[in-house]
Design a binder for this molecule. Structure first.
Ligand code: GLV
Ligand code: GLV
Length: 323
């Protein structure tokens, strides 16, 4: 008898092909590019043995209750898992698959692109070209900050943080600082210096947030954090929006306490178009596209499908989260 699987969105065909070729499950899907309404999720998951979800789906006790006792595996098309109620999932003996590694390069590239775009004011420049603000080559116009000779601070030197560091060093970075729970042996490859968070914040010209969202990191970048930054420093976040107190960030940017910020993640997502942060020229906001290359999304889809199959069949999952 075929096992039931619910997929919360239209996903790249790579994963769909793997699931149909396996011939072990009957798939129902929210067949849209837009998020599944909560009521449809609660209905769709009833009796399911497996769930394939996205980072925009909040999987909490209510969803697990609605699923019932069949549910064996949750496979998320993401490296982050802060949208999953891990304690509730663990209590029920459900396995979790996720997609680390395969999106590391794409996310690191996007982070570098966002850092350069923010520091060198690319969105402002593009806008000036279009609106007629470009009147001449001007010595004092649209100046920003360069990486050469700078100090970069990475908060969370995990897989993605490390890939960001490796890409930034060739720009002539002088010092690479990092902070986190523990010193990382692999930091030696990028001459990374493990320092307390306060030191990183006060000494860096570029601060890159690349940690996961946990109770410890939630709201970590707040008033006190921004007040320690150099007024010429640039703040970049490609991890999770909730690591940042956005009201405090707005104050720091609008008062000139810090130079600029580039965010690929916000709270909420999407950020309302009338949000205050979007009125600031020194704030570059992207719509959470860190892993968005065609090939990476295809590979993520395939990995999520294989994780799901492993969980359904009680075999190894290529990327199982240790709960
Ligand atoms: C992206 O933010 C992810 O968690 O995959
Ligand atoms: C800039 O284009 C220069 O020639 O300095």
């Amino acid at each position: 008898k075929l096992m039931k699987v619910f997929i919360t969105r239209r996903i790249p065909q790579e994963g769909m092909k793997i699931l149909s070729a396996a011939g072990v499950c009957e798939v129902s899907q929210w067949d849209s590019d837009e998020p599944v309404p909560r009521a449809e999720l609660l209905k769709g998951i009833q009796g399911a043995h497996g769930l394939l979800c996205l980072l925009s789906d909040k999987i909490d006790a209510e969803v697990l209750e609605a699923a019932g006792p069949n549910l064996k595996v949750i496979s998320t098309l993401s490296v982050g898992f802060d949208h999953l109620a891990i304690d509730e999932i663990k209590k029920r003996g459900i396995r979790v698959g996720y997609t680390p590694d395969v999106l590391t390069d794409a996310t690191a590239e996007l982070t570098v692109a966002l850092l350069l775009a923010t520091a060198r004011r690319l969105p402002e420049g593009v806008e000036e070209v279009k609106n007629g603000g470009w009147s001449s080559w001007k010595p004092l116009w649209l100046c920003g900050y360069g990486l050469s000779g700078s100090t970069v601070g990475i908060i969370g030197l995990g897989r993605i943080g490390m890939a960001i560091a490796q890409r930034l060093m060739p720009f002539g970075v002088k010092r690479l600082l990092y902070s986190g729970r523990t010193a990382k042996p692999h930091a030696a490859e990028v001459n990374g210096e493990f320092v307390p968070l306060d030191t990183l914040v006060s000494e860096s010209d570029f601060i890159v947030v690349s940690c996961s969202l946990t109770p410890e990191t939630q709201g970590m970048c707040d008033k006190s954090f921004f007040s320690k930054m150099k007024p010429t420093a640039v703040f970049i976040n490609t991890s999770r929006g909730a690591v940042v107190n956005q009201e405090h960030l707005y104050e720091a940017l609008s008062s000139g306490q810090i130079a600029a910020a580039g965010l690929d993640v916000t709270t909420p997502e999407p950020l309302p178009t009338n949000h205050r942060l979007l009125t600031l020229k020194n704030c570059v906001v992207l719509p959470h596209i860190g892993s968005a290359t065609y090939s990476t999304r295809g590979v993520m889809s395939a990995l999520a499908a294989r994780n799901l199959l492993g969980g359904l069949q009680g075999t190894d999952m290529p990327s199982e989260l240790t709960l």
